[in-house]
Write a protein that binds this ligand. Structure first.
Ligand code: ATP
Ligand code: MG
Length: 369
């Protein structure tokens, strides 16, 4: 009989600034893989973010949050606008993202740092290829005190870092599992997971490293090592080809993943995933770039590659080879376009529009099918 085809339910949040154009550029790509790869998607598009907050006083309406909880995956473009503030003066975006992360239990943030052939890197050490993944603990660490930091008086303010065994174990375990199944180039023929911390100075990080090695014992085939975050930020510049999977505390991951984006072509090229046990959210690493909004010049590749990661995750989760191939088809269409080098958006030194990149990726998927 007919093979069973699962229809994946996707909650899509276009958000603010260049978010809607980047999502609009991604939709035809998802249509293309639905017609070429035998997958089926039901995509619900919802308004949420800073503009929604400005109009309605709430960043993420309850029914949108409910659809995100019901969905198989969330695809988010970009949210936040610097001029839309809450009554306490803070931006809408951190609050909304932290709310979503906590509601969906997204404890692992995944940032591939991969230099595609044809993309210029600012590093002259990049010739050997860069293909690592940064895993950022996404719910605790320095962000545990999110909203609870304290300005004691006009001279002193504090925030508290919290490292728990459970929180560390689950992200480290995810790092080893990701290392086992990822296709990226192994280092010296072996998979490797590196703990990045500041264990020489802080008890909390010494504990993070201890828990890391406790988990590492379960994966004897994978090399496990540790390095300090300051040294790692140097190595990412001087020897970026030497790393496979890096796992680290929340704030360190926030910082090193922007460094990672910079060495592989910038924020417009950098996709990301946030993963939990029952939910996952996919979004470009960049923000809303308000000055580019509505001009059809933003680079949509980070969003398109985030959709590729989404299909790969769905395929892995539901043991669905078609969804895995759909994710791979998107990535190879993007890689082909980048290698060819004729079409580049402004951030990559060219003048190709957002929609022209979308058309080219879509055509390539049909051609390659
Ligand atoms: P956020 O606080 O939301 O992270 P940000 O102030 O860090 O926002 P981003 O929107 O992330 O700013 O981007 C910083 C700059 O990088 C932008 O102003 C823009 O020049 C460039 N940029 C980011 N994303 C893209 C993109 N997709 N295409 C082209 N340029 C981009
Ligand atoms: Mg930013």
């Amino acid at each position: 009989g007919e093979p069973f085809v699962k229809t994946y339910h996707i909650a899509a949040l276009p958000g603010d600034g260049i978010g809607p154009e980047c999502l609009d550029a991604t939709m035809p790509v998802l249509d293309a893989v639905q017609s070429c790869c035998g997958i089926s998607l039901k995509i619900n598009r919802h308004e949420a973010g800073a503009e929604h907050y400005r109009k309605h006083g709430v960043a993420i309406p309850d029914e949108v949050l409910k659809d995100c909880l019901d969905a198989d995956a969330v695809l988010l473009a970009a949210i936040g606008l610097p001029d839309v503030r809450k009554p306490d003066g803070t931006e809408v975006q951190p609050d909304m993202m932290m709310g979503l992360r906590r509601a969906l239990g997204l404890y692992a943030a995944v940032r591939p740092v991969k230099l595609y052939p044809g993309v210029p890197s600012p590093l002259n050490t990049a010739g050997a290829g860069i293909d690592m993944v940064i895993l950022r603990e996404n719910l605790e660490g320095l962000f545990a005190s999110f909203g609870g930091g304290c300005i004691l008086n006009d001279h002193v303010a504090t925030d508290t870092i919290v490292i728990t065994r459970e929180g560390t174990e689950r992200v480290v375990d995810y790092a080893f599992q990701l290392s086992q199944r990822r296709k990226g180039r192994p280092i010296d023929g072996k998979r490797r997971v590196t703990c990045v911390d500041k264990a020489n100075v802080f008890r909390s990080f010494a504990f993070f490293r201890k828990v890391f090695f406790d988990i590492a014992h379960r994966y004897p085939d994978i090399e496990a090592d540790a390095t300090y975050v300051d040294a790692m930020s140097l190595y990412m510049v001087t020897s970026p080809s030497d790393w496979d999977v890096l796992v680290m505390e929340n704030q360190f991951g926030d910082i090193l993943s922007d460094l990672g984006a910079a060495i592989v072509g910038g924020l417009g090229m950098a996709p990301s995933a946030e993963i939990g046990d029952n939910h996952a959210l996919f979004q470009p690493s960049h923000g809303t770039a308000p000055q580019l909004t509505g001009k059809n010049v933003a680079n949509p590749i980070a969003t398109i590659l985030s959709a590729s990661m989404m299909l790969d995750w769905l395929g892995t989760r539901y043991d669905d080879a078609d969804a895995i191939s759909a994710g791979a088809a998107i990535e190879s269409a993007v890689a082909g376009l980048l290698k060819d080098g004729h079409l580049r958006t402004a951030d990559q030194g060219g003048n190709t529009s957002t929609s022209a990149i979308s058309d080219a990726v879509t055509d390539a998927i049909h051609r390659n099918a």
